[in-house]
Design a protein around this ligand. Structure first.
Ligand SMILES: [Fe+2]
Ligand SMILES: [Fe+2]
Length: 296
């Protein structure tokens, strides 16, 4: 069970008016790969919220209910924050997200919806099972978001990057570390097994590589400076070696840890480091100031 830490929604806002397309200086490929998050996460994280709202009535433990509700509030804010980068940032720089996001909507709105094979008697009967599978998928994804979140708040290799985009990614990464236990605890609470965890990790790893690769290519094709570049895995390896992306070995070892039967996310990342960043994040500080300024 999670050490109880109430999950707060921070209503952050970002102004991308002065953020360059290549927001990591002289690193167009690393900038594009991290920008794939703006394409993937709005649809993905709002899907998390829909699945968790369905699972909430199954949770009897008051602390876990509070965690799940806090998780939903934070993920909804993450989705809105990344979505806010699409028009004033990507479109302003001539990158149209639609060729990728229209295909992605099929995944979350059709393939992973409540009734992917139609609303019929069999589908209704399978609802508890199907909900458990989707919660298991989210638990595997959340392992990656915690590992990547911990990396973005602790790496010093990006300190010289655009401060607004870096703050968006670090605020998000810190909240991923902050709520790292919720998905795992929910999966266990509704009957998710170790075997399901083992099955979903390779599946989720393959789907995430496909999504990052497709989103990266969609953006790079629209940018004259990155039109002809090697594939995603090759780029990831090179950029990881230079430190501007998390290393492949670092992420690969985190995948292996997930297969440990005693795995629990509380040993991933460092909550104090995450809360420390959230206390000094410019966007989180502004959000706290605005909340404090609202009359009771
Ligand atoms: Fe998130
Ligand atoms: Fe998350």
């Amino acid at each position: 069970m999670t050490d109880h830490h109430h999950l707060e929604q921070r209503r952050v806002r970002f102004d991308f008016e002065h953020t360059p397309l290549h927001w990591v200086p002289d690193e167009p490929e690393a900038s594009h790969i991290m920008n794939t998050l703006h394409l993937i996460l709005p649809a993905g994280e709002f899907w998390f919220c829909r699945v968790y709202n369905k699972a909430l009535p199954l949770v009897k433990d008051a602390r876990l209910r509070d965690d799940v509700q806090g998780f939903v509030r934070q993920e909804a804010q993450h989705a809105r924050a990344h979505d806010s980068a699409l028009k004033p940032y990507l479109l302003r720089h001539g990158i149209d997200p639609a060729p990728f996001t229209e295909r992605l909507d099929w995944l979350f709105d059709r393939a992973l919806c409540d009734h992917p094979l139609g609303d019929n008697a069999l589908s209704r009967r399978l609802q508890p099972w199907w909900l458990r599978q989707r919660v298991g998928i989210i638990a595997a994804v959340e392992h990656f978001t915690c590992v990547l979140g911990d990396w973005i708040i602790t790496t010093r290799a990006l300190d010289h990057a655009d401060p607004v985009m870096l703050d968006l990614l670090r605020w998000h990464g810190a909240e991923e570390v902050e709520h790292r236990c919720v998905a795992h605890d929910l999966h266990v609470a509704i009957g998710g097994s170790l075997l399901m965890r083992w099955l979903y990790m390779p599946l989720v790893s393959a789907v995430l590589i496909f999504l990052f690769s497709s989103a990266m290519k969609s953006m790079m094709r629209q940018d004259p400076t990155t039109r002809y570049r090697p594939g995603f895995l090759s780029l990831w390896r090179q950029l990881g070696q230079r430190g501007v992306l998390p290393g492949m070995g670092h992420v690969g070892r985190s995948v292996l840890r997930y297969f440990n039967p005693r795995f629990h996310p509380r040993t991933e990342g460092d909550l104090n480091v995450a809360l420390n960043y959230l206390a000094r994040s410019p966007a989180a500080q502004r959000a706290a100031g605005e909340r404090g300024a609202v009359p009771a």
